[in-house]
Design a protein. Structure first.
Length: 326
């Protein structure tokens, strides 16, 4: 049993709190007050998680034996969180971190690993990837995930903390996992638009398939491994996120197709939809490096107020890149 400190009290952070507290002592840190009782009365398991204040984090951390940390902060706010968190700064040379954040930082185009490596040792960092809706994880439903890291021993330490209903694989393609985790949210917005326009299952299957090719091409530019995109971190997460109303990014696209304003959709969600931010970052990177990313480009045009029907129909009718194999 280990002591695990989870930063972030959103849906994903609390879902991980539920599953990890089965076999570990879990402490959650969040700026907002959390109702921890709802994670101790679940019929499937009785969790032992408690909420800590940021002010007493270091005191509890220093009394722990081989503590582990997990960050579930939206990528758009990750840098600011790290800059302001004095507790983590005090232990930055030794702290071990599993990043459960996905996305690409706005403006800078930095990946989560780029941001974290500015503050912590690369060998002390791991990254969680794979298909996983927070509600299903919280309810103890089975799933398979991947921990990517250059430090296989640390990745195994984290993998051993997860309960039996979660199968954990260990891989070392950090950049591939990050790109897949960010890009799939953009494709999910496009998929939601497709369903919102009632273009049919054939069109959606074509769109998601082409999305997989597109995000793989983007990843290969950054020397990611092609196998990552056809595994859990890539296609597994893509298919899940692009095919269900449980996906926030899918619901963004669906709402846009129904004529809703983006701001209103995001207000209704009440949580961050990472694809809204990642789309712009991806298009900026692709334009700088001449990477063919037609789906991401059209999604960004729609997010900027472009015509939804025209953009998606144009996308489905367009030809692929000459280097495409599918």
């Amino acid at each position: 049993m280990k002591d695990i400190f989870i930063f972030g009290g959103g849906a994903w952070g609390m879902a991980l709190t539920s599953c990890l507290s089965l076999n570990n002592n879990v402490f959650v840190l969040s700026r907002r007050s959390l109702d921890m009782n709802q994670y101790g009365t679940n019929q499937i398991y009785n969790t032992k998680a408690v909420q800590l204040n940021y002010e007493n984090f270091i005191d509890v951390y220093n009394k722990s034996i081989q503590p582990l940390c997990l960050i579930a902060i939206a990528s758009a706010f990750l840098r600011e969180f790290l800059r302001k968190n004095q507790g983590l700064q005090k232990i930055k040379n030794d702290v071990k971190i599993l990043a459960a954040s996905k996305g690409i930082e706005r403006e800078s185009g930095a990946f989560v690993s780029n941001i974290l490596e500015e503050y912590f040792s690369k060998d002390n960092l791991c990254y969680l990837a794979g298909p996983s809706f927070a509600n299903e994880v919280k309810d103890g439903l089975p799933c398979a995930l991947v921990i990517h890291s250059t430090n296989a021993s640390l990745a195994k330490d984290y993998a051993d903390c997860f309960p039996d209903f979660m199968k954990i694989y260990i891989r070392n393609d950090v950049i591939g996992a990050e790109i897949a985790g960010a890009y799939k949210n953009v494709i999910a917005i496009a998929s939601g638009i497709c369903d919102g326009l009632q273009l049919g299952n054939n069109a959606k299957a074509s769109l998601i398939s082409r999305g997989l090719v597109e995000m793989t091409r983007f990843g290969l530019f950054f020397n990611a491994k092609e196998e990552t995109f056809i595994g859990l971190s890539g296609s597994g997460d893509l298919f899940l996120t692009s095919s269900s109303t449980m996906s926030r990014n899918y619901r963004v696209g669906f709402g846009l197709a129904k004529g809703k304003k983006l701001k209103d959709i995001l207000d209704e969600l009440g949580e961050v939809a990472e694809g809204v931010y990642s789309a712009k970052s991806i298009t900026q990177i692709s334009h700088r490096n001449n990477i063919h990313t037609p789906i991401a480009n059209e999604v960004q045009m729609i997010l900027d107020g472009g015509d939804v029907q025209m953009s998606l129909r144009k996308l489905l009718q367009s030809q692929g890149c000459e280097n495409d194999q599918l």
